[in-house]
Design a protein around this ligand. Structure first.
Ligand code: ATP
Length: 234
């Protein structure tokens, strides 16, 4: 579904990622892990159309989208849950979710999609009329994911969904990600919580200093001593 070829992205003169190529098949969950500053956020923001690449190519279902305007990336079926959630904290939960379904095709199915989101995150049901900023961190992350799902995307990009959440809430968040994946969604997941991310993913990719240094099945990667040492502390 997603093809990224030899992507390079820079902030002004400062390069952030180089020669990144990856493929994500329909229904696959790919996790991207790596230390702080490795370029994970840069990668997903570029795939979401927010950052223009210096060179390289991004295609969805065989159609190149590299140089399109950001809203065209949404139309191509890509939705991003950004790092730090970026909710409209003064707006109600219901309105935050509505924002996700502004494209005509999503708007037409708004009620049905909202039901699906509330089935996935039942805790949000009672919170719909409340300002999003008053929710707990975990619930705000549910709203951020719900908002992305309201767009009825074909590819969901999740940037650090467990950031700042307690272990218990993090476990619930990974359960929800597993459910979204099991329902057939294609997902790219950026995570600091390597052990949990590897457990829910079909394939993993390790980014360091802006380059892919390892890629493979999570089980296989987790057995490599250098990965265990760097990411699991064992
Ligand atoms: P983290 O987990 O800390 O978010 P990351 O793997 O997501 O790290 P990025 O945030 O993509 O990494 O950063 C990659 C590189 O690009 C880093 O060297 C970072 O300092 C730099 N960078 C990121 N955002 C900007 C920016 N807005 N302006 C300049 N440099 C940036």
């Amino acid at each position: 579904m997603l093809e990224v070829d030899q992507l390079a992205v820079a902030y002004g003169e400062a390069g952030a990622i180089w020669d990144v190529s990856l493929r994500v098949a329909t229904g696959e969950l790919l996790c991207v892990v790596g230390p702080n500053g490795a370029g994970k956020t840069t990668l997903v923001n570029t795939i979401a159309g927010i950052l223009p690449p210096k060179s390289g190519r991004i295609a969805m279902n065989g159609q190149e989208i590299t140089r399109l305007a950001p809203h065209r990336f949404c139309e191509a079926g890509i939705a991003l849950v950004p790092e730090g959630r970026r909710l409209f904290t003064g707006m109600t939960v219901a309105d935050n979710l509505d924002v996700g379904s502004y494209l005509p095709a999503a708007k037409a199915k708004r009620r049905e999609t909202l039901e699906e989101v509330l089935t996935l995150f039942p805790a949000l049901k009672a919170k719909l009329p409340e300002p999003a900023g008053e929710l707990s961190g975990g619930q705000q992350q549910m709203v951020a994911i719900g908002r992305a799902l309201m767009a009825r995307p074909r590819l969901l990009l999740l940037d650090e969904p467990s950031l700042g959440l307690s272990p218990l809430v993090t476990a619930d968040m990974f359960d929800a990600i597993r459910k979204i994946s099991a329902a057939g969604m294609t997902i790219v997941l950026v995570e600091q919580n390597v052990a949990m991310a590897m457990r829910v993913s079909h394939r993993a990719l390790v980014l360091e200093l802006g380059r892919i240094v390892a890629e493979g099945a999570p089980d296989e990667l987790m057995q490599r001593p250098e990965i265990r040492k760097a990411y699991l502390g064992t």
